[in-house]
Design a protein around this ligand. Structure first.
Ligand code: TXA
Ligand code: MG
Length: 368
């Protein structure tokens, strides 16, 4: 255990003094958690093998799951990758800084453990003013996975970081809640055609404008469970809260019926149900006695993305034994939201419109 320092920073105009402290910590081989526009990152100097080792230890993350390297500006990409293809310049010019990560050939300076021994490296230029200030001040490429324990929901506040990593990170810059709330979109640019590895903060619809031949695996929500994962970090059970989660698809009317029935069946066993749903649906579920959290108005996918991980953490902290997460449309940010929900549910989806939906839900409780 080490003692973790928390420094509050103005998310718009971070205090130079705090940024200097954090930049020095990185240069000294320490771990610094910092806000980005997507989620909080757990940063270490990407040139320093030992510092990078500490990331894996703190997160209890397997070494074969590679890390994203963050840099301040497009000019810096050439210092961490061997070549910067034309398509990368095009994408980078248009969408960086922002929630986009591109996988390129790894430059020699990057510590090999960053990429789990691979000859590639994932690179992102974050737009958050605190992340930008830190990267500029340090002048370093910063390896930073999400600042959560492996398999836990990603952190969107400094408190989430402390909940998982207090005592194993040196410094946390608290710049308030992340504004996007789901991680960056990851695209492998070393393949032709480029391959979407993880849907995220930049919708695929936006990417098509720059990479029309982008290869997009079938919607993850519809992936069969036995299909091999597209990317190293794309394991099922990647965003698992402590409580069992199930995605509940289907019409609101059918979902309402299923939830009502499941609440009663669970209650008979002394158990409680949590529900994650849009603001329109939550009052009905609450009236039936479920523990309910809202992801905002159903039309507002940006709100749902921003709230998703925090609400999952909130629900699991309540005394519930099962969480039903209502399925979302899979357009725009909805693809990333659906992907994270599906992973939290370890691939388990029940359609409320099916005649045996209640049985299917209860079967999950039984195997607990
Ligand atoms: O928004 C984000 O991307 C956040 C913030 C902190 O920047 N970071 C983040 O990092 O989500 P992490 O480590 O939780 O997820 C990194 C993803 C994983 O799915 C990993 O497998 C993939 O990027 N990745 C990293 N390096 C790769 C590589 N060389 N080849 C293929 N995939 C890679
Ligand atoms: Mg992560």
């Amino acid at each position: 255990m080490l003692s973790t320092t928390v420094l509050f920073v103005d998310p718009e105009n971070p205090e130079p003094r705090s940024i200097t402290v954090a930049a020095r910590a990185l240069a000294d081989g320490k771990l610094v958690a910092f806000p980005t526009e997507t989620v909080y990152g757990l940063g270490a100097n990407a040139l320093d093998y030992k510092a990078v080792e500490r990331i894996f230890a703190a997160k209890r993350r397997p070494h074969n799951d590679p890390l994203i390297v963050h840099v301040a500006a497009l000019e810096q990409v050439a210092t961490v990758a061997t070549t910067v293809p034309e398509a990368v310049l095009r994408l980078g010019t248009a969408l960086w800084p922002g929630p986009l990560t591109l996988v390129l050939r790894r430059g020699a300076s990057i510590a090999p453990n960053v990429a789990g021994g691979r000859d590639t490296v994932a690179i992102r230029i974050p737009s958050h003013p605190v992340a930008q200030a830190l990267l500029r001040k340090s002048g370093l490429p910063v390896a930073a996975p999400s600042a959560n324990l492996f398999t836990r929901p990603s952190p969107t506040t400094a408190q989430h970081v402390l909940d998982d990593l207090d005592g194993s990170v040196d410094l946390v810059l608290d710049g308030g809640p992340a504004t996007i709330g789901v991680e960056s979109t990851v695209v492998d640019m070393t393949q032709d055609p480029p391959l979407l590895l993880r849907p995220g903060g930049i919708p695929v619809e936006t990417l098509y404008a720059f990479v029309p031949h982008l290869a997009v695996p079938r919607v993850p929500l519809l992936h069969a469970e036995h299909e091999p994962a597209a990317g190293p970090g794309m394991l099922l059970k990647h965003y698992s809260p402590k409580v069992r989660v199930l995605v509940l698809a289907g019409s609101p009317a059918a979902a309402h019926q299923v939830v009502g029935r499941v609440v009663d069946l669970l209650r008979a066993q002394g158990l409680r149900l949590g529900v994650l749903a849009s603001r329109e649906e939550t009052p009905g579920y609450a009236a039936m006695g479920a523990q309910v959290v809202s992801l905002g108005a159903s039309e507002d996918l940006a709100a749902a993305a921003r709230l998703l991980f925090a609400r999952l953490r909130e629900l699991e902290a309540q005394d519930v034994q099962l969480i039903l997460a209502r399925a979302m449309p899979v357009t725009g940010l909805g693809l990333a939201i659906g992907d994270r929900l599906y992973r939290a549910a370890e691939g388990k989806v029940v359609n409320a419109d099916e005649p045996r939906a209640v049985e299917h839900v209860m079967a999950v409780v039984e195997v607990n």
